[in-house]
Design a protein around this ligand. Structure first.
Ligand code: ABU
Length: 354
């Protein structure tokens, strides 16, 4: 039964029954233009040449991606979930990227929606341009706090030596593509486990960004950082996947049970490494991500999860945990940068007792 009224904004985890959600839009998306060293650090090598100023994704990708997102929105609405869609933006005209990946820019923590202080210059206006309408509408909920990202006045200092190739090991570690001169994070570098958020440092999330997030979350919430072994790290949502309370799947190429057990909230959880290496797909091209996107699912509840229809191996594997996979197409959205988790922001979940 489609629902019309919005319950109070509140989401504390990734798995409780979903009641309201933002579903992104693909129209007019452009390849993000960032300094070469950032593209080298985060994007698949064979596609580096695409990341130029004002370079659209192929038209067929955007058209099919929007059809996929519309279908997702319809399926969720038919399940009684209230769906919000961003405004249309001409990303070419504004030198921006997309409205298809709202998870990167917004995170609901309890009754607070926090806007990410993006490191990418191509994303600085993304929330203003595409989501102001939604945020204004939601602000009429008297219980909601919206924390907008600080505006940068003058030169952004987040990149060192712009234009100069960077890379190579420093003290045995790969340096991240951003420095720590101002707070920066992408919201998709964090997952919610009740009153605890678990995140990762990455090529887009720095130490000041984590401190800033700690200052933004409501009282009683804490932010912990997971040890991840991934020089290309950008977003944690193909590295860990809490499928339901007490059960987490992880990408064993990026993190480990030892690292996860350091977080007391996971102390008594079942932790399962995904045992297969997902198959690579070239068509449509995965311009911006790895094949581990199969883990980037959207949970409707602790027993129902939306999975990409070609990820049959993953879908069958999660059935053993009592989870019913809902198979939907999203491969053209994958081309733009993410799957169901990236393409959505949950606004309301029934999280009592998380
Ligand atoms: N936000 C998508 C992450 C994809 C990946 O880690 O490969």
């Amino acid at each position: 039964m489609p629902s019309t009224s919005l319950p109070t904004i509140q989401a504390d985890d990734e798995w409780s029954q979903l009641r309201a959600v933002i579903v992104g839009r693909a129209a007019n998306s452009c390849f993000p233009s960032e300094p070469l060293h950032m593209i080298q650090a985060t994007m698949p090598e064979q596609y580096h040449g695409h990341f130029q100023p004002n370079s659209h994704f192929p038209k067929y990708v955007l058209q099919k991606a929007d059809a996929e997102l519309d279908q997702l929105a319809n399926v969720l609405q038919q399940d009684g979930i209230k769906v919000y869609r961003p405004d249309d933006v001409d990303w070419y005209a504004v030198g921006g990227y997309t409205a298809a990946m709202p998870r990167d820019g917004l995170i609901t923590v309890g009754n607070t929606i926090i806007e990410a202080p993006f490191s990418w210059r191509s994303r600085k206006r993304e929330i203003d341009l595409a989501y102001s309408g939604i945020l204004t509408e939601l602000a009429s909920d008297g219980h909601l706090t919206i924390v907008r990202a600080p505006k940068i006045v003058g030169t952004d200092t987040i990149y060192d030596d712009v234009g100069k190739p960077q890379g190579g090991l420093v003290d045995g570690k790969y340096p991240w593509a951003v420095n720590n001169s101002r707070p920066a994070f992408d919201a998709a570098d964090f997952m919610r486990f009740g009153k605890v958020l678990i995140g990762q440092y990455s090529n887009v999330t720095n130490a000041k960004g984590v401190e800033y997030l700690r200052a933004c979350v409501p009282d009683g919430y804490t932010v912990e950082m997971l040890e991840v072994d991934d020089p290309h790290a950008m977003h944690i949502d193909a590295t860990i996947l809490p499928l339901k309370r007490g059960l987490l799947v992880y990408n064993p190429l990026r993190t480990s049970e030892t690292a996860l057990r350091r977080h007391s909230v996971l102390h008594d959880w079942e932790l399962h490494p995904y045992p297969f290496v997902p198959k690579k797909r070239d068509s449509p091209p995965l311009f911006m991500t790895s094949e581990w996107l199969c883990m980037n699912v959207l949970s409707i509840s602790e027993t129902k999860v939306v999975v990409e229809e070609k990820d049959v191996e993953f879908a069958e594997w999660i059935r053993q945990f009592g989870i019913e996979p809902i198979l939907l197409p999203l491969q053209h959205v994958h081309s733009i940068g993410g799957s169901f988790h990236c393409a959505t922001v949950d606004l309301v979940r029934d999280c009592g007792g998380s």
